[in-house]
Design a protein around this ligand. Structure first.
Ligand code: FAD
Length: 400
């Protein structure tokens, strides 16, 4: 029987939250041993760059995204290590190969997985989530090769833009009749789309991917209406899904948003914290919620790490979503949904869009190409102003 390895701090997952948790631990405890168990083949790295900066900055390379967590935080990193069981009572975890680890304090930060389409696995078909996925896309793009991108979420939209700016012919299949039609006012959808068409992207609107087949060195994608598209590769941006099996098996309390943590990011089990995409947490502005965004992973990871090392820091950061493609950058706070009532505030540069519910309560704010201090927007949100109050102080115009 192999010996059980013990760590004072054991981090399950080796992504954005785990990297920051190790930093949070080290801010408090310079000595305690840290072990990081990660299913990935690479150590923690800056995930957002996989669909953005790596495609548009020729001086920025894949080695530049490496956080060098193990080296910086003197942690021991176990790659290709899939945790399959957590026993909070025994303070032990087991992996798919039967390795066992014990801990004093545990962090669960297993993030999300990219949704994919059923079909034969291939290097030419990628549901983008990891650095290894990015490298596969690199291999079938550039040199005027054709890549089919599916999905009008932020990953699909970013990788379509990145590829179009990297000497690649892009065929872009989206379910809506406009890009981000459920989030953005029509004029902004159009402004965004023009950037894609100017870069040569060919759109297929109101279409969904059904199946794909490998055809020699190419991939044929069949859409639900029977249309067939041929490319040198296929990139799927079909959203992410979270596997809660590990948390369930460990007996952790879950709700509809994920693994429930308190304001200190502690789960229902003693000595087990959680951070990042998988948590359901009490947001000081938005109430009990979840966030599958990078700022949240970073901030919650750091706070969880500090608390694992003995501090009692409350998680008070309200995360926002951000994305940038071509020369457009946007950020969103709260619920940004075009079924709400939308009002616009034009700024000298860019604009803000406010989203109100039927009762005139503010639900979300979008910042579009605007140099706005997000803390200012957070503070505004915190006061839960209604439409009438805001109209007295801001030049808001309804968007039809
Ligand atoms: C291409 C891309 C671009 C993005 N761009 C943006 C952006 O612009 N803005 C934004 O706000 N957000 C963005 N995101 C989302 C953001 O990256 C995530 O919210 C963030 O990475 C979540 O951090 P995490 O640590 O919770 O999970 P992850 O970073 O996904 O890390 C999870 C880790 O757990 C490991 N793991 C999973 N299961 C197990 C297991 N059973 N055992 C061991 N290890 C396991 C995984 O291998 C991985 O290492 C982007 C995501 C992607 C994929």
């Amino acid at each position: 029987m192999t010996a059980i390895q013990h760590f004072k701090y054991l981090l399950v997952g080796g992504g954005m939250a785990a990297d920051q948790a190790a930093a949070g631990i080290r801010a408090v405890d310079a000595q305690g041993s840290i072990g990081i168990l990660s299913a990935d083949v690479d150590g923690p790295y800056a995930r957002p760059a996989l669909s953005k900066k790596l495609w548009v900055d020729e001086n920025f390379h894949d080695e530049d995204i490496d956080f060098k967590t193990a080296e910086k935080q003197q942690a021991q990193l176990f790659l290709r290590t899939v945790v399959t069981q957590i026993d909070p009572a025994a303070h032990q975890v087991k992996t798919s190969t039967g390795q066992a680890f014990s801990y004093d304090k545990l962090l669960l930060a297993t993030g999300a997985k990219a949704r994919t389409l059923a079909g034969t696995a291939s290097q030419r078909v990628v549901a983008l989530r990891s650095k290894a996925d990015y490298l596969k896309i690199r291999a079938f793009s550039g040199q005027q090769q054709t890549v089919i991108v599916v999905g009008d979420g932020f990953i699909g939209s970013e990788i379509a833009a990145g590829l179009a700016q990297s000497n690649t012919q892009v065929i872009y299949v989206i379910a809506g009749s406009q890009l981000f039609e459920r989030k953005l006012p029509t004029a902004l959808c159009q402004e965004l789309e023009q950037k894609y068409t100017a870069a040569g992207v060919k759109f297929y609107y109101q279409e969904k991917a059904a199946t794909y087949q490998l055809k020699g060195e190419q991939v044929e994608l069949t859409l639900e209406d029977g249309t067939r598209l041929l490319g040198d590769g296929l990139v799927l941006g079909l959203g992410a899904e979270i596997d809660y099996q590990l948390a369930k098996q460990a007996g952790l309390h879950l709700d509809k948003n994920g693994v429930v943590v308190d304001q200190y990011l502690q789960t229902s089990a003693a000595d087990v914290w959680a951070a990042g995409d998988i948590i359901s947490y009490p947001d000081v502005i938005l109430g009990q919620t979840k966030s599958e965004h990078v700022k949240h992973a970073i901030q919650s990871g750091y706070i969880a790490g500090k608390n694992m090392a003995g501090q009692a820091a409350a998680y008070t950061y309200t995360p926002y979503f951000y994305s940038w493609v071509f020369d457009i950058s946007w950020e969103a706070l709260g619920t940004v949904d075009t079924s709400l009532q939308l009002y616009q505030e034009k700024l000298t540069s860019g604009q803000l869009v406010y989203y109100f519910d039927d009762q005139g309560q503010l639900q979300g704010i979008l910042s579009w190409n605007a140099a706005v201090d997000l803390d200012h927007l957070r503070n505004l949100f915190r006061q839960h102003p209604d439409l009438k109050t805001l109209q007295q102080v801001l030049p808001l115009k309804p968007i039809k």
